[in-house]
Design a protein. Structure first.
Length: 484
């Protein structure tokens, strides 16, 4: 129960992202009234990217916020005038010098640090202020379009130029199998659900679907991976060939081709069964992967690391391929997934763009407390990567990227499909389309739009099916019309 009258939070608020909303919600759990102090253009200086009028307007429309004030001078003077019971700051400020502390102590207030851990967020909590997509189509916030000077016509034309790009994808090959079942009821002997399989469908996933997306979008795609000498590997090879992907698969007879089975009934997942080996491939197989990659990277425009942490990308392979790509001035992007497995996305150094979920970044940095922009900046610093896409699931994507003034800017895009059918593969489609967009000459900010549109298209399908160039083209044309 709230035992305090007023809470106060201050900042620049160039963009109100989910991390801010979490902090607002945390403050409102403690106090009846939340006051937000918005640093003026003068106070914020070079860190300000959006005018104070627009920032004030954005905060006033937020349902968690009761009052907004402009901070145009000493923050302590504002605090002495407002005298809030608590001043709330992000957990990352806990061990720093905080100028508000002295003013708070002077009138009996307290400084409290709120954690940004994922458990503080839920779709129900965030949906009050993070926009959802109308059923009629996708929509990108107009302030994002204006801020980053998005030219849809130019972007649509450049998407058509994907056909001239050569892409090398290196990573874990996966086959996804969907087993549709009829639910028969509960067992009478023990509390177990009884089902009867009625249909089975297989799809290429992992790095395979990343390469398949690239091919379907018109690029010349080559996949370098490892598979077993088995029927699942044969299926993957044949399917990739049908998609127009050149596959250079290293055969490892000691491990099965990764197969993930999903048992579903009435559009709900009942059980997942994975047939795989997570240990790194042997040294001879690593050398074979590197040799295969060298011949492809030298003639590529884009190198994609699609890491599912099933052993295909030991550090030796990553470092060798990265070094060659840098020498050849090849665009480099990476994604390292941590679901049932645990990975380290920070091991991909000197990438052009890294795409990762909040959980993956927190695991990599061992940071459960800091705010979203802070962990994004930490990842950018650790990896020397100028463009970070922090995926937040139903809450969209937080973007922490290098702006025209060579300063890192934080912005966000909402999820563009509010009624997903199957979320599997959303990150893969976003990764490759964003990479292709940069390789085609667009900005990272435009790549985030194209990637978000691709992810929205992908989650509208059941199973990993490559997005075709005409699908993406039509969606972008519709999006451009929506903006106009």
């Amino acid at each position: 129960m709230k035992g305090l009258n007023t809470a106060f939070i201050s900042g620049n608020f160039n963009v109100v992202h989910p991390g801010h909303v979490r902090l607002f919600a945390f403050a409102k759990q403690l106090a009846a009234k939340l006051i937000i102090g918005v640093n003026s253009d003068k106070v914020g200086g070079a860190d300000i990217h959006i005018s104070q009028a627009l920032r004030l307007e954005a905060l006033k429309s937020n349902s968690w916020v009761d009052e907004v004030v402009l901070v145009d001078g000493d923050i302590n003077q504002i605090l002495l005038e407002l005298r809030p019971d608590i001043i709330v700051k992000g957990k990352e400020f806990e061990n720093r010098q905080n100028p508000e502390e002295e003013a708070a102590a002077g009138y009996g207030g307290r400084l409290i640090f709120g954690s940004a851990e994922v458990s503080l967020s839920s779709l129900e909590l965030l949906s009050r202020d993070l926009p959802t997509v109308p059923a009629s189509g996708f929509s990108v916030p107009h302030n994002y379009i204006k801020q980053h000077q998005i030219d849809y016509q130019s972007m649509i034309e450049l998407v058509q130029n994907f056909s001239g790009l050569k892409v090398c994808v290196i990573g874990d090959l996966i086959v996804d199998e969907y087993i549709t079942c009829e639910a028969l009821g509960m067992s009478q002997e023990d509390p177990t659900l009884v089902v009867s399989p009625i249909d089975k469908r297989r799809f290429v996933g992992g790095a395979g679907i990343v390469a398949a997306h690239a091919s379907a979008l018109g690029a010349n795609a080559t996949l370098i991976s490892v598979c077993g000498k088995d029927e699942v590997g044969d299926f993957a090879r044949q399917t990739l060939d049908n998609y127009g992907v050149t596959s250079k698969l290293v055969i490892d007879e000691s491990r099965p081709t990764t197969l993930k089975q999903r048992y579903r009934a009435e559009n709900k997942s009942l059980l997942r069964v994975s047939h795989l080996r997570q240990s790194s491939v042997s040294l001879p197989h690593q050398i074979e992967l590197i040799n295969q990659a060298k011949a492809v990277i030298e003639n590529s425009d884009l190198l994609v690391f699609s890491d599912f942490n099933y052993g295909c990308l030991p550090q030796r392979v990553v470092d060798s391929c990265t070094e060659l790509a840098i020498e050849e001035n090849v665009i480099r992007i990476a994604d390292s997934q941590s679901s049932s497995q645990v990975g380290d996305v920070s091991r991909f150094k000197e990438m052009t763009l890294i795409s990762a979920t909040e959980r993956e970044v927190r695991i990599s940095l061992r940071d459960k407390d800091d705010g979203l922009p802070v962990i994004a900046q930490k990842l950018a610093s650790d990896t020397q990567c100028p463009h970070i896409m922090l995926k937040l699931g139903a809450d969209g994507v937080l973007l922490h990227m290098l702006g025209n003034n060579n300063l890192m800017i934080t912005d966000r895009l909402p999820a563009l499909n509010s009624s997903p059918i199957d979320v599997a593969g959303a990150g893969d489609s976003m990764l490759i389309t964003a990479g292709l967009t940069i390789a085609a000459g667009n900005s990272a900010w435009e790549s985030a739009v194209v990637g978000s549109v691709a992810a929205a298209l992908q989650v509208g399908k059941m199973g990993n099916i490559p997005i075709k160039a005409e699908e993406l083209h039509a969606a972008l044309i519709a999006l451009g019309g929506e903006v106009a």
